[in-house]
Design a binder for this molecule. Structure first.
Ligand SMILES: Cc1ncc(C[n+]2csc(CCOP(=O)(O)OP(=O)(O)O)c2C)c(N)n1
Ligand SMILES: [Mg+2]
Length: 915
């Protein structure tokens, strides 16, 4: 039947759509949105009634016209009811013109007592419009506002709608649950109370106004545990962090107060430490259901939201190894501030990861402590969007906005979020609208900038009082509970003031944590010489076999067949190139039971079409990753082309490295300079995490670098920046020139019994340079070479020592060979930091009578030289480099060529002159 033909009242623009929906409904009633399903059911029911009674005329038509109008009203509430939901505990909401009046839908008060079958979709029996409107108002416009109608996945949307409509107004909380909520609020308030009185004016970034965060987190942990979660990893900023540590993580007051009172003895051998509201913590708590759950709070820097991607990476690592790739077992909770979640681009990048194969963690719960302010910034200066959570639209997942004064509504919202995550393995957002009792920190005066808002706040009872009063007003039994717990609250305050001892929670280390415990801190001596990292030829042959074989019936394009033959030939002819050496090192580790994970833009093929870690079938587009044939149950080769992000992807890989101490974890930039988009990760986590938080990481950065005339953006990975960050043996910075060295440095990364971030300036032109080859023996013997001396000269005859790093070596070498210059030695510094002190002194000693020149391709204000000046052995070095320059390289290929020639020729000229 064509609905629109039978009911000509339906406007023509609706015709086709409704017909289409009706056709879908006829095929499968569940294929359409529940509201349409209900509408069509009602319609058919009504039709039948009328046909039975012989009425097919005007009445029929009119009533269906009205039904459709009511239906549209219901749909409007579902879509926009949240705009008038009573989520703001302090002030009036901005009028967003939601168009939810009867008149907006061609209805009027006169229709209020008429029955509309479409209202049955709300669980009402033959409801009047009055009842329908009331129910809609209760569901969609009370203390929880739900955004979900933008979700295109009908199954998800229907599930959420059905759930929300049937449970949000009938929250049947047990007495035990109410007690739990109040006790968590008691703890939350008692904690702030104590700090506020005892540490007047100290920065603590109090949670006051947003105390329901504590019952909310508690509820997420409890309900998620019922859904099978065994570990919860939290990323959060400053706001309420100490309260979370005390009342969710179980860190004792004593411990926290010691830090407050500055009594925590600084152990400077362990690094420089961090402020108290940035430190991480781990614990194991028992849920209401009696299950044990691991809780982790990630340490984080002040840079808001940066920790988000790190949390996800950590969760993925734990999921991959500890939980056998089962996302049901581990849950990330990311807590945001309203200003930060709206303003920081990393949130978008992190959210965009959620459905990607290489980064999926089975969904995160995002919880916004929306105190309606960011430092002094009001919401209307903080975002263009209506809500701070609008970034969630990318994912088409529900957002629940909830009044932060209504403890039970908050708990309901987060429980629904936990269930949603468990069911669909997708992210979900809960936006708790609350307020900030004090200034940004406790010594700030908020009335400088928000006098009106703070006048309202100052008169407002705290969320504990609000909940207690609500219980007292409630049933007899609830009011008794509230009175009884008030007593407990007072005792709790007293206990805290008397510093009654608390017991730290018992903790059982997880396997990766045991592995971390077995590592030690590095010492300067570790970097004098590298450990042996050679492998047997048999080992190489096993890897080679997988790197040259394809599964049966797998058909790549012809070029690949040639490439595989070339791989074999190179090995047989003892001419191992860069890509092969790199892949052989990964293969060797996999054989030894070490997992390898790599991600980066187009890294499977490789930006420069050199890696070909995997190939694609010409006929059915399936992919074969060569080294995956060496996978073991928990140690796998995982390689993922990343999406076009650096900040979040590097953060994710750093997080992954924290969760997988025994594996090799690599991020590759498309070109090295793109790492600058991830500078926060480099500055705030990678270079300083060990010093601040005593967290080691073995993450590897591959940053293509080198001057080949490709212009300012593709030549320079800014080594000077990494070298400026280098201190206290915090990371390794290397610029490599031989395939053997990439082989050994990757292996060394996991052979050490400590972990260090490793930054490699990786080559581009060297990937195909005929001289850039190593022999098989270079891999089966020896180790990483920090410095490579010139074996072609006799030191006694050398008048000039040219020292360099990276691919310029090959250009200098070509000139030396061509001009048969035995008086000039060329030494390569492969590891710039930590400086191989002893080895470098030996080299200097060997060439002590020679003129010493550092030759670099980079301009004088860039490259390694400013850093090398830190070391006495470079005191008497001259510098040969491009002139100081604002841009890293010329955009003209011809200018590049002449600059490069000047450097190379200049290095062998009688007198060293700056270029
Ligand atoms: C990337 C970054 N920029 C600026 C700051 C300085 N800052 C610290 S807190 C804050 C306000 C944050 O507001 P919001 O996200 O709403 O959190 P709240 O403090 O209100 O809980 C700002 C601007 C920062 N820490 N990080
Ligand atoms: Mg805020």
């Amino acid at each position: 039947m064509s609905i629109s033909q039978d009911f000509s009242f339906v406007s023509s623009s609706d015709n086709a759509y409704i017909d289409c929906l009706y056709a879908d409904f006829k095929k499968n009633p569940d294929a359409v949105d529940t509201s349409w399903k209900q509408f069509f059911l009602g319609l058919e029911f009504g039709l039948k009634q009328n046909v039975d009674s012989g009425d097919t005329g005007v009445t029929n038509q009119l009533s269906f016209e009205k039904e459709l109008k009511v239906f549209k009203l219901i749909e409007s509430y579902r879509a926009r009811g949240h705009l008038i939901s009573t989520t703001n505990p302090i002030r009036e909401r901005v009028n967003r013109f939601p168009k939810l009046e009867l008149e907006d839908h061609g209805l009027s008060d006169k229709d209020l007592d008429q029955v509309f079958v479409v209202g049955e979709s709300l669980g009402l029996k033959s409801p009047t419009l009055r009842q329908i409107k009331q129910k809609l108002q209760n569901i969609y416009c009370s203390n929880i506002g739900a955004e979900f109608t933008h979700i295109n996945d009908v199954e998800i949307k229907n599930w959420f709608q059905q759930k929300f409509e049937s449970t949000s107004t009938q929250r049947d909380f047990s007495l035990e649950k109410k007690k739990r909520i109040l006790s968590k609020l008691n703890e939350s308030v008692a904690f702030e109370n104590f700090l506020h009185t005892k540490y007047v004016g100290q920065k603590r970034f109090s949670l006051e106004g947003g105390e329901n965060t504590i019952p909310a987190l508690d509820a997420i942990i409890n309900s998620s545990s019922d859904f099978g979660v065994e570990e919860v990893v939290i990323g959060m900023a400053h706001r309420g962090r100490l309260n979370v540590l005390a009342n969710i993580m179980g860190k004792t007051y004593e411990y926290i107060f010691n830090e407050f009172e500055g009594q925590a003895t600084p152990d400077l051998t362990m690094g420089d430490g961090d402020v108290k509201y940035h430190m991480g913590y781990s614990s194991q708590v028992e849920t209401m259901g009696g299950k044990k759950v691991y809780l982790k709070l990630m340490p984080n820097p002040s840079h808001l939201e940066a920790v988000d991607a790190v949390v996800l990476g950590y969760v993925r690592a734990q999921g991959d190894t500890l939980y056998h790739e089962n996302p049901d077992k581990i849950l990330p909770i990311i807590i945001h501030g309203d200003a930060a979640v709206a303003g920081q681009g990393i949130v978008y990048e992190t959210v965009q990861m959620s459905g990607l194969k290489g980064y999926n963690v089975g969904g995160a719960i995002h919880f916004v402590i929306n105190n309606q302010i960011g430092f002094t910034t009001d919401f209307d200066d903080a975002r263009s969007s209506i809500y701070s959570t609008s970034v969630s639209r990318v994912l088409e997942v529900p957002v629940l906005h909830v009044n932060g004064d209504d403890a039970e509504a908050v708990v309901y919202a987060v429980e629904l979020a936990s269930e949603f995550r468990a069911k669909f393995h997708k992210d979900i957002f809960v936006d708790m609208v609350c307020y900030r009792k004090h200034g940004h920190n406790e010594s700030d005066e908020p009335r400088f900038t928000q006098p009106q808002f703070y006048k309202l706040i100052s008169k407002h009872a705290n969320p504990r009082e609000v909940y207690k009063d609500k219980l007292i007003e409630g049933k007899q039994i609830e009011s008794q509970l509230a009175v009884q717990m008030e007593e407990q609250f007072k005792n709790l305050l007293q206990d805290r003031f008397n510093l009654v001892k608390q017991k730290p929670l018992p903790y059982l280390y997880q396997k990766p944590e045991e592995q971390w415990k077995n590592f030690r801190r590095s010492t300067p001596k570790d970097f004098d010489y590298s450990p042996k990292t050679n492998v047997s030829k048999e080992n190489l042959l096993v890897s080679l076999k997988t790197l040259t074989s394809l599964p049966k019936d797998f058909k790549p394009i012809q070029k690949i067949e040639k490439l595989l033959e070339e791989r074999q030939k190179r090995f047989d002819e003892d001419q191992v190139d860069w890509a092969l050496a790199e892949l052989l090192s990964y293969g060797s580790l996999l054989q030894e039971g070490v997992g390898v994970r790599m991600s980066g833009q187009d890294c499977i093929r490789g930006t420069f079409s050199h890696r070909h870690a995997g190939v694609t079938d010409e006929n059915h587009n399936s992919r074969h990753i060569f080294l995956s044939t060496l996978n073991k149950e928990t140690t796998k080769f995982r390689i993922h082309n990343s999406f076009l992000s650096e900040y979040a992807v590097l953060g994710f890989e750093y997080g992954y490295s924290l969760g997988s101490p025994s594996s090799l974890n690599i991020w590759e930039a498309q070109f090295g300079d793109f790492a600058n988009g991830a500078q926060t990760m480099i500055d705030q986590f990678i270079s300083s995490g060990e010093s601040k938080w005593q967290r080691q990481s073995g993450v590897v950065l591959l940053l293509p670098h080198g001057y080949e005339g490709q212009g300012p953006e593709h030549s320079n990975a800014r080594p000077e920046r990494f070298l400026q960050l280098a201190a206290e043996w915090n990371m390794v910075v290397a610029n490599l020139t031989t395939p053997a060295n990439i082989f050994h440095i990757m292996r060394r990364q996991v052979k050490w019994d400590f972990r260090k971030p490793l930054v490699i300036f990786s080559p581009k032109s060297l990937l195909r340079h005929p001289e850039c080859i190593s022999s098989v023996k270079d891999l089966t013997e020896g180790s990483f070479q920090e410095i490579i001396d010139d074996s072609s000269v006799n030191a006694k005859e050398v008048k000039r020592l040219l020292m360099c790093t990276g691919k310029i070596y090959y250009e200098l070498k070509a000139k030396q060979v061509k001009d048969k210059r035995k008086d000039v030695a060329i030494v390569r510094l492969e590891q710039l930091y930590p400086m191989p002190e002893e080895q470098s002194f030996k080299i200097m000693e060997k060439y002590k009578n020679a003129e010493k020149v550092w030759v670099q391709e980079e301009p004088k204000n860039m490259g390694a030289f400013t850093f090398l000046r830190r070391y006495v052995q470079f005191d008497d070095f001259k510098l040969l480099a491009r002139k100081s320059s604002a841009s890293p390289a010329t955009g003209y290929a011809s200018v590049h060529a002449s600059e490069q020639a000047k450097i190379i020729n200049g290095a062998f000229a009688e007198k060293i002159e700056s270029v």
